[in-house]
Ligand binder design. Structure first.
Ligand code: HDL
Ligand code: ZN
Length: 416
């Protein structure tokens, strides 16, 4: 069935996007059988650290005092200040409204207690099913941190996540601040030194082997600071070179590098206190060139890094660019990044992940993104029609399935 007109094209793209099952390749969500690790509901939605940072700008209370309040009080305060005292125009504020609307609530009455009460009627499993259905998501990749004691207990007890929730082994301390990882590694029974000497190499390799066996991760991941350099002679670079990369190769899984996160720029804000910095991506080029048999999922946090990262992906097919990460997950930047990526990479990239920390956020993060992706795809396909190219619905379905699902599963070498 060929597409003959622009209105027909727009309608087809919107329909295809609306029904394509999504694999969300990076989230901070957890399988419902992992207990309180999975956050959901109105109070978690409103106390998302993005909104904490935004409410602090209108407030004269200290973050310390705010964080001492019960969660519901924090949520009520954020609702009053960011939604009732001022119009909720920021992306994170608008996201709450999109989510509440998607859950079927009437926003006319602005009655937070009514929304809160309605959601407490559900179990976690029921809410997971509801949200995944509303957001058209069928696979979620978690962020699984063996350095987190709560999460560690689940895996050490032989826990297995729900089949729709997949593990990603997150190892920031090893490659960001090895010295801070040492006491934890020792406490877990791994014989390591304060430096990255032979004993440490052996110990960290065993640690990674054990956690890959326990979690069966789709990839290994770390966020890296703007100052990330490779090759280098730091303990962190040595651990990356002699432990992390060999472990990924042996397990046949990619290494995901999330580059440019400046941790605790404002420590008082806690989880809301991180910032962004421009990174020297020549380290990514070095890794892709010197490790051609290793696959790298790569995302950068600085807007200024985007164009050069796309050029890098053109040079190295073992680099898979993904997502509009964190401070980039705003329509004005998502539009720019996605258009650059399509114009320079065609359809050979992973355009988005949600980074959701609260289950309900999946509804807004994907709705907001797909509205932009729809505009980008309609513009690009329109140019094809104007060039006389014939276009079929099935081809658009294939392309959208690649972007929102298949590019990832092909890259990690698995099928679902
Ligand atoms: O390091 C990361 O994975 C980041 O996504 C941080 O978790 C950050 O706090 C975040 O949630 N960004 O959206
Ligand atoms: Zn994240």
């Amino acid at each position: 069935m060929f597409i003959r007109s622009i209105p027909e094209l727009r309608e087809t793209v919107q329909e295809v996007l609306a029904h394509q099952p999504i694999t969300d390749i990076h989230t901070h969500l957890y399988s419902p059988n992992m207990g309180n690790l999975l956050l959901w509901g109105v109070d978690e939605l409103l106390t998302y650290h993005y909104l904490v940072a935004e409410v602090m700008r209108w407030s004269d209370i200290s973050p310390h005092e705010f964080y001492s309040w019960p969660k519901q009080h924090q949520a009520d305060y954020i609702w009053q200040v960011l939604f009732l005292n001022h119009s909720p125009l920021s992306e994170a504020q608008r996201g709450v409204l999109t989510t509440l609307q998607g859950l079927g609530f009437d926003l006319e009455d602005r009655d937070l207690n009514k929304y809160r009460a309605a959601l407490t009627q559900s179990t976690a499993i029921e809410h997971v099913e509801r949200v995944l259905r509303l957001a058209h998501i069928d696979h979620i990749v978690m962020t699984n941190d063996p350095f987190d004691s709560l999460e560690r207990a689940f895996w050490q007890a032989g826990g297995k996540p729900n089949p729709r929730f997949h593990a990603a082994l997150r190892i920031d301390p090893l490659v960001r601040a090895y010295g801070q990882a040492v006491p934890q590694l020792r406490a877990l029974g791994y014989d390591v030194d304060d430096d990255a000497g032979e004993r440490s190499i052996e110990g960290v390799r065993r640690f990674l082997h054990d956690w890959i066996a326990r979690m069966n991760p789709l990839y290994m991941a770390a966020s890296l600071p703007p100052t990330f350099r490779f090759p280098d002679y730091t303990p962190e670079a040595t651990i990356l070179r002699r432990c992390v990369l060999p472990a990924c190769r042996e397990a046949g899984i990619p290494f995901a590098m999330m580059i440019g996160a400046e941790r605790l720029v404002n420590p008082a804000l806690g989880p809301a206190g991180d910032g962004v910095g421009w990174a020297d991506l020549s380290s990514v080029a070095y890794l892709a060139r010197e490790y051609p048999d290793t696959k790298f999922l790569v995302t950068a946090l600085s807007r200024e890094n985007q164009h050069e990262l796309i050029v890098l992906a053109r040079k190295f097919r073992n680099v898979m660019v993904f997502g509009c990460w964190w401070f980039l997950n705003n329509p004005v930047i998502i539009d720019e990044m996605t258009r650059m990526r399509v114009e320079m990479l065609g359809l050979s990239f992973i355009p988005q992940h949600s980074d959701a920390r609260v289950l309900d956020q999946l509804i807004y993060k994907w709705a907001h993104f797909k509205a932009i992706l729809s505009d980008v795809l309609v513009d690009q396909y329109t140019a094809l029609l104007q060039a006389g190219w014939r276009l079929e619905r099935a081809e658009i379905e294939r392309d959208v399935a690649d972007l929102l699902c298949n590019n990832f599963w092909r890259f990690v070498g698995k099928s679902v």
